[in-house]
Design a protein around this ligand. Structure first.
Ligand SMILES: Nc1nc2c(ncn2[C@@H]2O[C@H](COP(=O)(O)OP(=O)(O)OP(=O)(O)O)[C@@H](O)[C@H]2O)c(=O)[nH]1
Ligand SMILES: [Zn+2]
Length: 372
């Protein structure tokens, strides 16, 4: 197999010719295990070390390698290019995207989950795990990274088809129009469709709570019990089993990173993520009579009107406010470096100056300001 099977395309090749020296070679990071970095060079996996310069220069975690990254390798001994431990990472190619989350317990840092992902699979069990708010949190995180999300409902064998339809209807009611696939690893329902859905040379990641069936599905895809699965308790809640986050190459040529169960999903800095997950609300807010409307009790508030008429789902709006608040809270705790890097103004529902100008042109907003 070659590097293109690992997802190398023109975009990366262009960056590689700028970043890698003639003596260096390209590889993709497939796992990071307690500081040990595993890379795949199209022939096989080997470990590579990280040069000291990364530690001196890094002002944020994002400067370190992450699963899914393309890196330029220096070989200490040209004859042993594929021998373990004889390569070091010289540089990381620019990322197409980076999926990250706020770390639990350390408010100011971000954990890089995976990079260069084509499609993020949100894995939820339709048996016990499903909540719109949880789905929306995943969506915010995925949209923030500009990755396409797909919802994978697992354990379809455990609920009635009617109940499944009701759940899907509630997702559509909340204005979420992502692709939804339903599978059961027990009856095999939906597995073939899912196998056909995943494309060669594309990289996927699976996100979901513990016990929803990610490892089981992975085993089905690989065709062996490579991942340890664990019985869930009576309540249907899973326990944490393996630490993995390993970019797996499937026989059909697709790549999947399986994330360990996420018990807690804190939303990091989410401006753009919020904007695409809650586009309907933001659009609506742009049409309120006052352009600094707080959507509480102002006259001409379109949000309140939509809530009253049922055009806007109350739960959906509540989630929006909650995530917005969290993002705001988090922003306050973000250290200076991160803040500077990301720019300010993470959470904002009122139109920006540019949006206001656009709207005025379209005659959609009043010029008047009201006292706040
Ligand atoms: N009934 C039913 N049970 C399933 C299905 N898929 C997985 N399970 C069971 O659910 C339990 C948890 O599955 P895992 O695959 O370990 O879940 P996981 O998402 O990998 O969990 P973590 O490793 O904690 O992230 C196991 O007992 C599986 O046998 C399914 O489609 N139907
Ligand atoms: Zn309003």
């Amino acid at each position: 197999m070659g590097l293109s099977e690992l997802g190398l395309d023109n975009w990366f090749e262009k960056h590689a010719s700028a970043s890698c020296g003639p003596e260096q070679s390209l590889a993709r990071v497939v796992a990071i295990d307690r500081g040990r970095i595993l890379v795949h060079d199209g022939y096989g996996e080997s470990s590579a070390e990280l040069l000291g310069k990364f530690f001196y220069a890094a002002e944020s975690v994002a400067k370190f390698p992450c699963v899914g990254d393309w890196v330029c390798l220096d070989h200490h001994d040209s004859d042993s290019a594929h021998t373990d431990g004889f390569a070091s990472i010289h540089s990381i190619l620019p990322r197409k995207n980076l999926l990250q989350r706020k770390t639990v317990g350390y408010n100011e840092e971000f954990q890089m989950l995976a990079s260069n992902i084509d499609i993020a699979l949100i894995v939820m069990s339709c048996h016990y795990d499903f909540h719109i708010s949880k789905l929306e949190r995943f969506l915010v995180m995925i949209h923030e990274a500009h990755i396409t999300p797909v919802l994978l409902f697992t354990k379809a064998d455990l609920i009635e088809p009617d109940d499944l339809q009701t759940m899907i209807a509630s997702i559509r009611d909340a204005g979420i129009d992502i692709q939804i696939m339903t599978i059961s690893s027990v009856t095999g329902t939906g597995l073939d469709a899912f196998r056909q859905f995943i494309q060669p040379k594309k990289t996927y990641c699976m996100l979901g709570s513990s016990g929803v069936g990610k490892s089981t599905l992975m085993n089905q895809l690989i065709g062996e019990d490579r991942f340890e699965t664990q019985e869930v308790s009576d309540s249907g809640q899973g326990k944490h089993t393996t630490v993995r986050r390993h970019l797996m190459l499937l026989k059909q040529g697709s790549m999947i990173v399986d994330m360990p169960g996420m018990r807690e999903l804190a939303v990091a800095e989410v401006k753009e993520g919020i904007e695409s997950s809650f586009e309907d609300i933001i659009e609506l807010a742009l049409t309120c009579k006052f352009n600094n409307c707080t959507h509480n009790s102002e006259p001409g508030c379109r949000i309140q009107a939509a809530l009253a008429s049922g055009a806007l789902n109350g739960e959906h709006y509540k989630n929006y406010l909650k995530i917005q608040k969290e993002a705001h809270h988090h922003k306050k705790q973000t250290p200076y470096v991160e803040k500077r890097r990301k720019g300010k103004n993470a959470s904002r529902i009122n139109p920006t100056k540019k949006q206001q100008r656009k709207l005025r042109k379209q005659g959609l907003t009043d010029e008047e300001e009201h006292e706040s």
